[in-house]
Design a protein around this ligand. Structure first.
Ligand SMILES: C[C@@]1(CC(=O)O)C2=NC(=C\c3[nH]c(c(CCC(=O)O)c3CC(=O)O)Cc3[nH]c(c(CC(=O)O)c3CCC(=O)O)/C=C3\N/C(=C\2)[C@@H](CCC(=O)O)[C@]3(C)CC(=O)O)/[C@H]1CCC(=O)O
Ligand SMILES: NC(=O)c1ccc[n+]([C@@H]2O[C@H](COP(=O)([O-])OP(=O)(O)OC[C@H]3O[C@@H](n4cnc5c(N)ncnc54)[C@H](O)[C@@H]3O)[C@@H](O)[C@H]2O)c1
Length: 283
């Protein structure tokens, strides 16, 4: 195994350097939705499709691929947090705000955690037996400031088959909470899996600048509009998929998108939509 990362605090630190200019971008018409790595940073959206430079890392495979990004509805989760200090408090806030059921076990908790409205059990984990609490949970967060205790809790939760977010040891953690941000309608999450957290966090500024200056926001807006129209007008799912494929393969359409000419792109998209509808009628 390798390195770790910690959960998406999402502090909005600004870089002093300006966002990359569009001249530094390579515009390509491939689906950007892939997992990628660039110099030790894992991207949930493949930056290589938008920015020059990340390109050569395109096919690199890494042992960190054993951890995969998933978008999970937090309200389905029961989260047990062991430790209620600064890390325990951040995790409690993160999961509780997203609608998860949160239970904390700690000797002491911060005033912020106390006032959050989550379940708290005050106990010494060197004495109290947390097996039943661990069984209750989907995810166990280890956030105690005692290495030996953390190790013991990790082994116990792992033996009970739980997913563990171990804030004390990034190399063994099962679940990483990434740095995350919404950019032009896209949710972007980045992690170094513990190797270099601050570069991972600051990279979001670069990614944001890159996406915002590119044609992705126009593509997003036009595509969303055309997708809505296709859903109303084309009843057959396969035909709709054919339409989406046609859009991205259409040179004229993609040229308008890349020129950020939203009106012309929509018009061209509708032409393609109607040609498919006519083909469907004729068949
Ligand atoms: C986002 C944030 C969320 C949060 O924690 O809530 C986060 N760390 C934050 C703060 C923070 N982290 C650390 C300090 C102490 C001071 C310092 O060292 O600077 C502080 C400051 C503080 O506590 O105030 C040190 C540290 N971090 C980890 C270890 C264990 C290890 O490395 O083994 C150690 C001990 C290292 C050692 O002992 O040397 C591990 C993780 N930390 C991650 C995220 C994940 C990887 C992210 C990535 O790499 O992409 C991962 C894997 C946890 C996971 O998610 O599984 C939060 C945002 C802060 C911000 O905005 O910058
Ligand atoms: N992942 C990260 O981002 C990150 C950041 C900072 C620190 N860390 C790691 O996480 C650990 C916790 O950091 P912190 O800043 O939250 O520490 P902290 O001192 O603020 O909190 C520690 C918590 O553990 C509880 N605890 C300790 N021993 C206990 C016991 N025997 N029984 C019950 N509860 C007990 C304390 O009551 C307290 O609530 C650190 O030791 C460090 O290894 C991780």
């Amino acid at each position: 195994m390798n390195h770790t990362s910690s959960p998406g605090g999402g502090r909005a630190l600004r870089l002093s350097q300006p966002a990359p200019r569009s001249s530094t971008m390579r515009l390509r018409a491939q689906a950007p939705w892939r997992l990628g790595h660039h110099k030790g940073v894992t991207y949930f959206i493949k930056l290589g499709d938008v920015c020059k430079g990340a390109q050569r890392y395109k096919n690199k495979v890494d042992v960190r691929d054993v951890r995969i990004p998933l978008w999970v509805e937090a309200s389905r989760l029961k989260v047990l947090i062991l430790g209620g200090g600064s890390v325990g408090t951040r995790r409690a806030k993160y999961f509780h705000t997203a609608g998860a059921k949160v239970r904390v076990i700690a000797r002491d908790v911060t005033p912020e955690l106390k006032s959050m409205g989550v379940e708290i059990k005050y106990a010494d984990l060197n004495v109290y037996e947390p097996a039943e609490d661990i069984k209750w949970a989907d995810i166990v967060v280890i956030a105690v400031d005692d290495q030996r205790l953390a190790e013991k809790l990790f082994r116990q939760a792992e033996a009970l088959g739980k997913l563990i977010n171990d804030a004390t040891d990034a190399t063994r953690t099962h679940v990483v909470v990434p740095y995350e941000r919404e950019i032009a309608g896209l949710r972007v999450a980045v992690t170094s899996e513990g190797a270099a957290g601050t570069p991972a966090r600051l990279s979001l500024d670069i990614i944001e600048g890159c996406i915002k200056e590119s044609w992705i926001p126009v593509f997003y807006s036009v595509y969303r509009e055309l997708k809505n129209e296709a859903k109303t007008l084309i009843k057959n799912t396969k035909t709709r998929l054919h339409f989406y494929q046609k859009l991205v393969e259409d040179e004229k359409f993609m040229k308008y998108v890349k020129e950020k000419d939203e009106k012309a792109a929509i018009k061209r998209g509708r032409e393609l939509l109607h040609s498919i509808l006519n083909e469907e009628k004729a068949a």
